[in-house]
Design a protein around this ligand. Structure first.
Ligand code: PLP
Length: 394
């Protein structure tokens, strides 16, 4: 099975063939409650009727034309994203990594304007920004980078949630930007202090550095606001997003304002597919549904419900170190490795993710109903409690 596929995803056993709302089905007809949503992508759940209708209609009308032409769906989506975020201009890509590539290229152009030939971008320990050469060079950790030397130069890592570590670089004249995830997603939902992003904004302002928010995972309603930047009351100079933007169609976006918004000129960047009519039509509908159904608010409510439910359901489980969330970016951190819970959850009809070896990461759909949230709580609490007891008794 999959003999002609490269081995970069390792051994995959489960074959999912259908999705509807918060559930997916495998090829044997077994149903799973999806608390992973394709890694924070299907915020509206699977096969959302309005999104499916838009995709079908747009596919039957015009899927692709290239960026040699005006694309009304792209213009409409850019306007929505800018008015939502306070940013001014948008470049559309096909993925999160490419949105970050665009952001990194903007920091290079900014450096040229400042006469800095070898610019440094400050990034965070435990960050994840993607798997292209520049974004994997920005990303923390050997796992992503191993074997890919020479890396793209001049990303400096400092501890996350440590403003002083960033401010200490003020004497380094090569620094031009600070790039940060408002909540570190792949690392296992690391939530910084409430004033961290504002303090980073201040440091950037004091030093003429661009502030770049990677909202590829936190964006599109998941944090409890459409963008986590709004939640923090901070405007970055560049904001990237992807994942939940298209609910499953491949689209990413790099938003910018001020000087950063005008750094690309004709021919300086591009993408054949980026922001084509098909993906932008879908993303427009996704955006409208998130706004009309107030799904960012729903993410806040559900996050609170789930946090309270896990905190009480796992209160006597000694293996649980912490339950934490921002909206529907949620983690249950264990005091030890818990990878086997992934397979046990599948057995129980539940899709979850284990991040960093010892964190259950949950990224449920924003429109999860209360009964579905209760099912998630019941199934996962009993799994975790059993797992902890069995491991102790072994
Ligand atoms: N940035 C963040 C914060 C992410 O979580 C991810 C993906 O997990 C990426 C960038 C890369 O996005 P993609 O896989 O769409 O290239």
């Amino acid at each position: 099975m999959g003999a002609y596929l490269m081995n970069n995803y390792g051994n995959r056993t489960l074959s999912l063939v259908k999705g509807d709302g918060r559930y997916v089905w495998d090829s044997e007809g077994r149903r799973y409650l999806d608390a992973l949503t394709g890694i924070a992508v299907c915020g509206l759940g699977h096969s959302h009727p309005a999104v499916s209708k838009t995709i079908a209609e747009q596919a039957a009308t015009l899927s692709h034309v290239s960026n040699y032409f005006r694309i009304p769906q792209q213009e409409a989506l850019a306007e929505k994203l800018c008015s939502e975020s306070g940013m001014e201009k948008v470049f559309f890509s096909n993925s999160g990594a490419e949105a970050n590539e665009a952001a990194i290229k903007l920091t290079r152009l900014y450096a040229r304007e400042k006469g800095i030939s070898k610019p440094t971008v400050v990034v965070m320990e435990n960050c994840f920004h993607g798997r292209t050469m520049a974004t994997l060079s920005a990303t923390w950790g050997a796992k992503v980078r191993q074997g890919f030397d020479p890396l793209v130069e001049k990303f400096v890592h400092v501890p996350f949630n440590d403003v002083d570590a960033v401010a200490d670089l003020a004497s380094d004249e090569s620094v031009v930007a600070v790039m940060v995830e408002p909540v570190q997603g792949e690392a296992g939902i690391n939530i910084p202090a409430a004033d961290y992003l504002q303090k980073l904004r201040n440091v950037c302002d004091n030093n003429d550095w661009l502030l770049v928010f990677d909202e590829i995972q936190t964006g599109n309603g998941r944090s409890g606001e459409y963008f986590a930047a709004t939640l923090a009351g901070v405007k970055p100079d560049i904001l990237t997003t992807a994942k939940g933007l298209g609910n499953g169609v491949p689209i990413g976006a790099c938003l910018a304002r001020g000087i950063a918004a005008d750094l690309f000129g004709p021919g300086s960047h591009g993408s054949t597919y980026g922001g084509n009519p098909l993906v932008c039509a879908a993303a427009n509908t996704v955006f409208d549904v998130i706004k009309e159904e107030q799904l960012a608010l729903r993410a806040t409510q559900l996050g609170e419900k789930l946090n309270a439910g896990f905190s009480s359901g796992l209160a006597n489980c000694h293996a649980v170190k912490e339950v934490r969330n921002m909206g529907l970016l949620m983690a249950i951190e264990m005091n030890r490795e818990c990878s086997e819970l992934y397979g046990q959850a599948i057995e129980a009809g539940l899709l979850i993710n284990i991040a960093g070896g010892n964190r259950i990461r949950l990224l449920p759909a924003l429109n999860t109903t209360d009964p579905e949230a209760d099912e998630l709580l019941d199934k996962l609490c009993s799994l975790v409690n059993n797992w902890a007891n069995t491991a102790v008794n072994e």
